[in-house]
Design a protein around this ligand. Sequence first.
Ligand SMILES: [Zn+2]
Length: 142
Amino acid sequence: MEKICGCGSKMTMRLRSLVFAKKVSILNVPVMNCTKCRHSEVLADCAQPLITLLRGLGSQPAEQHIWYNEVHELAYILYEASKAKKQNRSMHDIAKDRINQLLDLLLLSRALGDHAWVTDIEARLAQISQAECVYNNVISNN
Ligand SMILES: [Zn+2]
């Protein structure tokens, strides 16, 4: 995954740990880094959900670790892709598997009438569909 920085150089994606309020470690956050000027920013699709997550922690958060790949589906797919590199699995395949898995869970949660669960899964599916342009970019870049 590549993007061009304001300085004109290439940016590359890394999964990084961010520390919030010196207490909360957020792991596997997709961050774009410039190889030249060292500018870095959270991947656009993940930025707003991350802000919402941090706001939800309040001003006095307890010491904790949050795995962002369990919070946001794009981070999940990027994390799985980083593990799967050696196995020749594309991000597209990983995303497809994840969508099928979530659709199964959606059927199950609806059958159980668990509305909170249904809402959570629908939100996760939306995160994937909103990031679709990113996958297309990744596929064409590779
Ligand atoms: Zn730069």
